[in-house]
Design a protein around this ligand. Structure first.
Ligand SMILES: NC(=O)c1ccc[n+]([C@@H]2O[C@H](COP(=O)([O-])OP(=O)(O)OC[C@H]3O[C@@H](n4cnc5c(N)ncnc54)[C@H](OP(=O)(O)O)[C@@H]3O)[C@@H](O)[C@H]2O)c1
Length: 257
């Protein structure tokens, strides 16, 4: 039995990439998985694999984290044991476009800010009060190297992840003394659907992002998230910058050939 066995672990954006990898990792720990994403069919397709891996229970919910009322309604209508969330992996997020700011699309900016900043906030706002009441719980924000460094064309995505960093620090200050732990895991390049989404489905463009280098996998990130969550309750791995060996900064990437 691990420390995480039987714990209710909520993962937003569990239908793909880092979130789906976290679902698989926490399933192997015997956790109860509360999975959220817009593509419910993707979550449901994962369920049998997660059960076979050891998940103690699974609840999949269709949720657009941008929809504040839906977030409140979804979490407030949960019954036991799902409403007592032990670990929140607030991961749902995306990038759109890589245009210079002066040529950027308003719709891309709104989507990123509404998802990465406001969506993350709506979920924290409805989940954290229960943790404070129970005097225990772990919140893990998935930030990014883009929350620490800015790169050309990254403007609004970087701003959104800088905001996540500020919100991680702000929440940690605000819940200090409550027993609730607040952490962030900030990855560099991870091979997920992220780049395909950034380039609006252009797979060729997305593939070039990882050309000649070995990015992180979703599993690499999930392993750090699992480690952070499994630490004894008096320990907070406050922030982690996780990079592929081939990446030294947001813009310094070693490529073969
Ligand atoms: N890949 C990287 O290089 C990288 C690096 C640093 C940080 N990150 C961060 O890691 C997180 C996960 O991204 P990923 O790389 O795993 O990309 P991904 O494979 O595209 O997964 C993104 C997940 O977020 C969900 N999502 C997006 N918008 C949502 C919304 N409005 N409501 C609910 N769920 C939503 C998606 O589910 P649905 O589409 O089904 O809703 C999907 O499950 C993001 O916060 C991203 O910024 C990624």
């Amino acid at each position: 039995m691990t420390r995480l066995a039987g714990q209710v672990v909520c993962i937003t954006g569990a239908s793909s990439g880092i979130g789906a990898a976290c679902a698989r990792t926490f399933a192997r720990e015997g956790s109860r998985l509360l999975l959220a994403a817009r593509r419910l069919e993707r979550l449901e397709a994962l369920e049998s694999e997660l059960r076979a891996a050891g998940a103690a229970g699974i609840r999949s919910v269709a949720l657009d984290v941008r929809d504040r009322e839906a977030v409140i309604e979804t979490f407030e209508s949960l019954d036991a044991p799902w409403r007592d969330i032990d670990v929140l992996v607030n991961n749902a997020g995306l990038s759109r476009g890589l245009d210079p700011l002066h040529r950027g699309l308003h719709s891309d900016w709104e989507e990123m800010l509404d998802t990465n900043v406001k969506g993350l906030l709506w979920v924290d706002r409805v989940v954290v009060p229960g943790m404070v009441e129970r005097k225990r719980g772990t919140v893990i924000h998935i930030g990014s190297i883009a929350g620490r460094q800015v790169y050309p064309g990254g403007n609004v995505y970087c701003a959104s992840k800088h905001a996540v960093r500020a919100l991680t620090d702000g929440l940690r200050l605000d819940v200090n003394g409550s027993g609730v732990r607040v952490m962030s895991v900030d990855p560099g390049m991870v091979d997920t659907e992220f780049s395909e989404v950034r380039f609006h489905g252009d797979r060729d463009k997305a593939g070039k992002v990882y050309r000649g280098m070995q990015p992180l996998s979703g599993d690499d990130v999930a392993e750090v998230v699992r480690f952070a969550a499994s630490l004894p309750e008096h320990v907070v791995l406050a922030e982690t910058l996780l990079l592929p060996t081939d990446q030294a900064s947001a813009t310094t990437v070693h490529r073969k050939g």
